[in-house]
Design a protein around this ligand. Structure first.
Ligand SMILES: [Zn+2]
Length: 286
């Protein structure tokens, strides 16, 4: 687990041994506000120890960027009902459908711990919600795109923007939804629209850092540019190939033929890259 002090009192934890899942702790004057909660109690332990070290029993408030388990369940062992959990109203809905239909399968495949417990949000909203803690103000805004319940969070004092999985530190892992059957409500064009909204906010809000749901890249300009380049290159490549008559063999595509400037050199997950090509092909020909 890596930890980085992003800006005054904002600490980013990223699990590089796993899928670089991120949790951020903001030590406000009223106590720690935590964004996301990892996938396992093993990962959460590190954050829990950090919070206790800082002199607190637990979070003062927790915010879920979206319902996906790698952002929501890690704190199940230490969870006490004394801290509110904020999320979009649909997060609650998705988590309960997931618990009912898929959780046992995830446990059987060892994707989550066998003792895991889904911790539901206690405070939900539909469009925006403002949370003030000490000198920090968190603006929670609905954005969608990655999932139907995805939100972004803008902290006004430090101008840090938390974007969940709408942008990725490794853009190739930007899982083009739907990643699970219950995410069928979104398609990858929704993701592109949400990305554009973030692009506008980077300028209009003079965003200082962007914290994505995975990975430690936080420079707003670089992070956005790489995600956009990945997305647009994939899209136009597939479009051109369809015009040339390609219907299959997407898994044989060499990434070097898609990206003129390989920012991803050595880091691209080829399997994910091919999955994304296929998903875009299916979308464009449906
Ligand atoms: Zn996600």
């Amino acid at each position: 687990m890596k930890m980085k002090n992003i800006v005054e009192n904002i600490y980013l934890f990223s699990d590089e041994n796993s899928r670089s899942e991120n949790v951020t702790v903001i030590l406000t004057e009223e106590g720690p506000v935590v964004i996301d909660a990892f996938n396992s109690s093993e990962q959460w332990k590190v954050v829990d120890a950090f919070i206790k070290e800082a002199g607190y029993e637990g979070p003062k408030a927790l915010i879920y960027t979206h319902w996906h388990l790698d952002h929501t369940v890690g704190h199940y062992l230490t969870f006490k009902e004394n801290y509110p959990i904020y999320a979009h109203e649909k997060a609650k809905q998705y988590l309960s459908v997931f618990k009912e239909r898929y959780l046992n399968r995830f446990i059987a495949h060892e994707i989550v711990e066998p003792t895991v417990n889904i911790i539901f949000p206690t405070h939900t909203f539909s469009n925006t919600y403002t949370l003030s803690k000490g000198s920090y103000t968190f603006e929670l805004v609905y954005i969608g795109g990655h999932t139907e319940d995805s939100i972004i969070i803008f902290e006004r004092k430090t101008r840090v923007l938390f974007v969940g999985d709408v942008l990725m530190s490794h853009p190739d892992r930007m899982v083009v939804p739907p990643s699970l059957p219950i995410d069928y409500g979104v398609d990858y064009m929704d993701l592109f629209k949400s990305m554009k909204k973030i692009k506008q906010r980077i300028q209009s809000d003079s965003v200082s850092h962007i914290i994505p749901g995975h990975g430690m890249k936080t420079d707003p300009r670089i992070l956005f540019q790489q995600n956009e380049e990945y997305f647009q290159s994939l899209h136009s490549f597939v479009q051109t190939e369809i015009q040339k008559g390609r219907r299959e063999d997407w898994e044989k595509v060499n990434p070097a033929h898609v990206f003129p400037q390989p920012w991803w050199e050595g880091a691209l997950d080829k399997q994910q890259f091919h999955v994304n090509l296929i998903k875009i092909y299916q979308y464009l020909t449906k």
